[in-house]
Design a protein around this ligand. Structure first.
Ligand code: AMP
Length: 214
């Protein structure tokens, strides 16, 4: 089934991990604006150089730039029938722009208490090669510090320092949390308790998707 989905929720709510899993399950692309920025930074592209200091501090990349990037990505062939947008939209102007680009089936809001989010982010490890996410305690790799999938080294993201984490949570409350009401008013919001083990979150998500009329 090809859905057009938005994953909403604070940093560390588990969106990326579940998006990876659901994308494999549904065979639709997982479009993470954060991953796209990180890959541009790694490859030293003009876009990467432009956004590097912004993303390391935990601030948001300007809307215009982010919207253009997503517009371009959604026009690619693999996104013609469905996708998971993870980390986009993150502001009201981005959500309004998306309304003009796509008809979203459902926005899933990953709900988790803030203290859990902080514990998750401060233990997070990210593959320096493919970007896959791990956690030191909750989701460790099979071999310490090595990606299960591509074998590259795992690193702590620059924006997973305590200072950047606090800042990202403040930005989330101010800029992104208003999107919950935005999608509620459009009657396409579904809350998902992501403060439980991965398998349960995934199962509840699949149940929620079954209720979408496709
Ligand atoms: P994420 O991996 O989703 O936590 O994103 C990492 C960083 O990329 C964010 O802290 C922002 O600096 C930037 N970023 C990702 N998505 C967006 C977006 N939709 N709008 C603005 N900045 C974004």
């Amino acid at each position: 089934m090809a859905y057009k989905l938005i994953f909403l929720g604070s940093p560390g709510a588990g969106k990326g991990t579940i998006a990876q899993k659901l994308a494999e399950h549904l065979q639709i692309p997982h479009i993470s604006t954060g991953d796209i920025f990180r890959s541009n930074i790694k490859n030293r592209t003009p876009l990467g150089l432009q956004v590097e200091s912004i993303t390391s501090s935990g601030a948001l990349v300007p809307d215009e730039l982010t919207i253009a990037l997503v517009q371009d990505r959604l026009q690619q062939h693999d996104a013609s029938t469905g996708y998971i947008l993870d980390g986009f939209p993150r502001t009201i102007p981005q959500a309004v722009a998306l309304d003009n680009l796509a008809s979203i089936d459902i926005a899933i809001n990953f709900v988790v208490p803030q203290e859990v989010v902080i514990a998750r982010l401060s233990g997070r490890l990210t593959c320096s090669g493919c970007g896959r996410g791990y956690h030191k305690i909750d989701f460790p790799p099979k071999t310490p510090n090595v990606c299960d999938i591509c074998g590259n080294a795992l690193i702590t993201r620059k924006d997973d320092t305590m200072e950047a984490i606090q800042y990202r949570l403040t930005v989330y409350e101010k800029e992104t949390a208003p999107l919950i009401q935005y999608y509620q008013e459009k009657h396409i919001l579904a809350n998902l308790n992501s403060n439980q083990n991965l398998e349960n979150v995934f199962m509840e998500l699949l149940q929620t998707l079954q209720q979408v009329n496709k």
